[in-house]
Design a protein around this ligand. Structure first.
Ligand code: UDP
Length: 361
């Protein structure tokens, strides 16, 4: 197949602004090229991918899109230049590709789909956040059945207007060989993610204080005002927090691997939570809220603990029980459940189904 992946327009690949979708685009391109498919990625200017020499990277100029999670449900539609330029590019080159794959969480690509001659698959990377996008997705499900992909069932079920059987649930996968198993952690906990209100860093800070443990924080500083508030909380609570910045995967996995546990404390329905499988791959148990993607990943009592959303005391109690979790079991689960190969198979099959028009409405 010849595939054109249209990346998220919220920032360049490698910047961290796109969150987990960056790793999704990158890993998908890698696994598909190794199977002999031709893969082009169109992404905002200054994008970087750890290229295996096979991926064609097309840099698209223009301003970045504002992340949907920072906006209200009824926000008027605003289109940044990078997004419209990406779709203009796709329109011009579409005849060179068998399939276009959209990774933008935005109204425009859904709206444009019927105007394309080359079929368009949409991988939706977040749960429902906007009325305009919900409607665009529901419309696409009716007009182009079988073309919607999601990470998890919990994520798909947030789109009330689109029946769950209209979604291909594809999960996620990582290259386990890029993550080293670590059997000798320090006493520090880890929190990994974009520093933005929906990610709930403050809960992890409070839980670490209650548990009397240091916390290492890794991730893109997306919302400076929120970070100031968290820093104030850190000072007030005399928390031992070490902000390590946004690290490339190779460095991130080294530090993450040395953690006692990863805390996943989102205040929204997390579509997946790639950081949870990255942690498991290093042998790090995951303590997460029992909702959204992380609740589908963590097996409470086996690969970590699931606690009631927002319950910081329960988080602290789970931290105290962390040595009941076998780190080898965490690594084993990542290896068997989230391999790049199995994930690549699912995407490949989905793409072939779209191309052969076999999907039923
Ligand atoms: N990440 C990274 N370096 C860091 C912190 C995070 O590369 O220092 C990446 C992490 O590997 C993951 C993404 O940021 O791919 C976060 O994705 P996740 O699905 O957990 O959440 P999202 O940001 O998509 O809501």
């Amino acid at each position: 197949m010849r595939l054109l992946l249209l990346s998220t327009p919220v920032g360049p690949l490698g910047s961290g602004l796109g969150g987990g979708v960056e790793l999704t685009v990158f890993n998908l391109a890698r696994v598909l090229t190794t199977r002999g498919h031709h893969v082009g990625i169109a992404a905002p200017s200054s994008s970087k991918v750890l290229n295996n020499g096979l991926v064609e990277l097309i840099q698209i100029p223009g301003g970045w899109q504002l992340p949907a999670q920072g906006q209200s449900r009824s926000e008027p539609i605003v289109t940044g230049a990078a997004l419209s330029n990406m779709w203009d590019y796709a329109r011009q080159v579409q005849s060179r590709y068998d399939l276009i794959v959209n990774f933008a969480y935005d109204w425009l690509p859904f709206y444009l789909t019927p105007f394309f001659e080359t079929p368009v698959a949409h991988f939706v990377s977040m749960g429902s956040l906007s009325n305009a996008i919900d409607e665009a997705i529901a419309h696409t499900a009716k007009q182009h059945p079988g073309t919607l992909g999601a990470y998890t069932r919990s994520q798909a079920s947030t789109f009330a207007q689109t029946p769950t059987n209209q979604w291909q649930v594809l999960g996620s996968g990582i290259d386990i060989d890029q993550y080293d198993y670590c059997d000798h952690p320090t006493d520090a906990l880890a929190w990994v993610g974009r520093i933005s209100p929906e990610k709930g860093l403050e809960d992890a800070v409070l839980a670490a204080v209650m548990a009397g443990r240091p916390l290492k924080v890794f991730g893109k500083l997306e919302n400076p005002t929120y970070w100031q508030n968290v820093q104030q909380l850190i000072a007030e609570a005399s928390a031992q927090i070490d902000y390590c910045g946004f690290l490339a995967t190779a460095e991130l996995q080294k530090s993450l691997g040395q953690s006692q546990a990863l805390l996943v404390t989102p205040h929204w329905i997390e579509a997946f939570g790639i950081v949870a499988i990255e942690a498991l791959a290093c042998g790090v148990p995951v303590i997460a809220y029992r909702q959204g993607g992380p609740a589908e990943i963590v097996r409470s009592g086996k690969t970590g603990w699931l606690v009631d959303p927002g319950d910081v005391t329960e988080l602290a109690e789970a931290i105290a029980r962390i040595d009941q979790i076998d780190r080898r079991q965490c690594r084993h689960t990542a290896k068997t459940m989230y391999s790049l190969t199995a994930w690549g198979d699912r995407f490949e099959q989905w793409f072939y189904q779209i191309l052969s028009g076999m999907m039923s409405s």
